[in-house]
Design a protein around this ligand. Structure first.
Ligand code: NAP
Length: 316
């Protein structure tokens, strides 16, 4: 990418989008276009075509999507399917029509089978049924990964780059308990317990499942790396992980330490655990020269600082 290339960051206010904005700014890329959700609904194909026609972005980072936690995914699976498919279809078609150089699309680790061998390699995709609670979201993401591949094949290009990050966290994350993921949920629960002087916090499950967490800045850096190295990449998706997983119990202790919550942590084993382990094998991207650089404790400290700043702002 040249420093003056026109770059469209879709979803620039979200977790990944805001990290991309910072990473692009730090890299000296100054010609960035954005539109908020209210200004441009990316499921509206005509509006997306009008936008591409007037802006003609050279590069697109597609960090817009409907993203949520287990509860909301279970309640609104059709919305997760439709919104994500709608966004992908409009943006892929418009980027093809207006010949963007590269479009980075983000899949998800829930596209892999529920009972997937660990660590999960890219070629395990479509070898088994996904976790049923995220079927709508996962089906849209699988379609997006397939779309990257077939659009490249049909049009004889390497325009679409598909990355599959594992669970992301960082500043800009969603802390609404109905919609958020485990890291932001635990930060909020422990913070509120500290402020409220609670003696114990009860968390769901046994704490034994193991998960891999990646800082949003590292995914943003991987995205820029992928665009810069697109010439060396195959027409298949690439996993983006840290290679290190933690049990939810370990994560809970680290977050409690970060937040300085000193009470007890109790585990409600009557609640379901989910898959035993979700760790990506990111060797293919690592072999091209990328690696994550943010340690979990460091990333959590930055995220907690951001969360406290937001609370201070909202208190006025
Ligand atoms: N978070 C993770 O752990 C994770 C892991 C792997 C992959 N991913 C993928 O990475 C991408 C970014 O995720 P994220 O966690 O950064 O999500 P996020 O924080 O929820 O941000 C998503 C952004 O998309 C915008 N958006 C949603 N629907 C839209 C629409 N119809 N038109 C225009 N904008 C729309 C949202 O705007 P509003 O808030 O105004 O609606 C928001 O700014 C997604 O594709 C996601 O599937 C995320």
């Amino acid at each position: 990418m040249d420093k003056d290339s026109k770059i469209y960051v879709a979803g620039h206010r979200g977790l990944l989008g805001s990290a991309l904005m910072k990473e692009l700014g730090a890299g000296g890329f100054g010609n960035i276009v954005t539109r908020g959700h209210r200004e441009l609904d990316l499921t509206d194909k005509k509006a997306v075509f009008d936008f591409f026609s007037s802006e003609s972005p050279d590069y697109v980072f597609l960090a817009a999507g409907k993203v949520g936690g287990i509860i909301d995914n279970k309640r609104h699976p059709a919305d997760y399917l439709n919104v994500n498919l709608g966004i992908q279809t409009s943006v892929f078609e418009a980027a093809t029509a207006f010949e963007s150089r590269h479009v980075v699309f983000y899949g998800s680790s829930c596209t892999y089978p529920r009972e997937c061998p660990q660590p999960m390699r890219e070629d395990y995709l479509l070898t088994g049924m996904v976790e049923p609670t995220s079927l709508g979201y996962a089906a849209a993401k699988i379609a997006g990964l397939a779309a990257c591949r077939v659009y490249n094949e049909q049009y004889g290009v390497n325009r679409f780059i598909a990355l599959v990050p594992n669970s992301m966290y960082g500043p800009g994350d969603n802390f609404d308990l109905e919609h958020c993921h485990v890291v932001s949920a635990l930060i909020r629960r422990f913070h509120e317990a500290k402020i409220g002087g609670a003696e114990k916090v009860t968390l769901w499950g046994s704490g034994r499942p193991r998960r891999e967490f990646i800082y949003s800045r590292d995914v943003a850096a991987a995205s820029l790396f992928a665009v810069e190295n697109a010439g060396q990449m195959e027409n298949r998706h690439y996993n983006v992980g840290t290679g290190v997983d933690y049990s939810i119990k370990e994560l809970g202790s680290i977050i409690a330490e970060t937040v300085e919550y000193e009470g007890q942590i109790e585990w409600d084993t009557s609640k379901p655990d989910g898959a035993a382990r979700k760790l990506l094998d990111s060797e293919r991207l690592l072999s091209l020269g990328w690696s994550s650089t943010t340690d979990l404790r460091e990333g959590l400290a930055e995220t907690y600082r951001w969360y406290c700043e937001q609370l201070a702002v909202s208190r006025g």
